[in-house]
Design a protein around this ligand. Structure first.
Ligand code: IMP
Length: 200
């Protein structure tokens, strides 16, 4: 039985990762399961790849096992791809998302149509016991809406508008969002790579 530690404290992410990567030959455990929830991880990378690798390698160095980590965020083209890797910390870690969301809407007050393009990005990094690493990236393209809509999801979902569906990601059910999300795509790509290399 293979063991993969997922370097996250987020239960929602654990569930999604178990759904996509889980199987008979693999045990997927959280930092809490391994009593590693208090390990300090300094996320000072400039890219999603760097941050995901920092998280996974910090834990891998301590445990010597296979470790998976993710990093994600929102890129708004009109704002030079901000908030990007700073999405969680944008305008302050404890600032309510309704404030962050309305601030972004305001920043885009002169932007129309295609100028409102944005994407959610997710990078998954896997560090192997021999120190090698694999990363995969998933994105979902959309636009910044003119007002917050919907109450599902979290974070920037209420302003992330999907033109082809005519709604925001906060108006999708969790199942619908998982099928098309940046995290789902990056995880599915990681599943394929790990299978190819006989690591799952
Ligand atoms: P992290 O990858 O958990 O550090 O998350 C980064 C931040 O990006 C989150 O705190 C949210 O602000 C934003 N974010 C990432 N994925 C999503 C999403 O699916 N919906 C809304 N916001 C997201």
């Amino acid at each position: 039985m293979k063991k993969i530690i997922v370097a996250t404290g987020n239960e929602g992410k654990m569930k999604e990762i178990r759904q996509i990567l889980g199987g008979e030959n693999v045990e997927i455990v959280s930092l809490k399961d391994e009593n590693l929830q208090d390990v300090e991880i300094v996320e000072d990378g400039k890219t999603f790849e760097e941050n995901a690798l920092i998280k996974a390698s910090t834990i891998s160095k301590l445990t010597g096992t296979m470790v998976l980590a993710d990093d994600s965020g929102l890129e708004v083209d009109y704002m030079d791809k901000a908030p990007g890797v700073y999405s969680a910390r944008y305008l302050g870690e404890d600032t309510p998302y309704t404030v962050k969301n309305n601030h972004i809407i305001d920043e885009l007050k002169d932007a129309v149509g295609e100028e409102r393009s944005a994407r959610f990005v997710c990078v998954i990094a896997c560090v192997l016991p021999d120190g090698r690493s694999i990363t995969t990236r998933g994105t979902i393209e959309g636009q910044i809406g003119y007002e917050e809509k919907g109450s599902n999801g979290f974070g920037y979902d209420p302003i992330f508008y999907l033109p082809e569906r005519g709604c925001t990601t906060a108006e999708l059910s969790p199942e619908e969002k998982n099928k098309i999300s940046h995290r789902g795509k990056a995880l599915t790509a990681m599943y394929k790579k790990l299978k190819e290399e006989n690591l799952l």
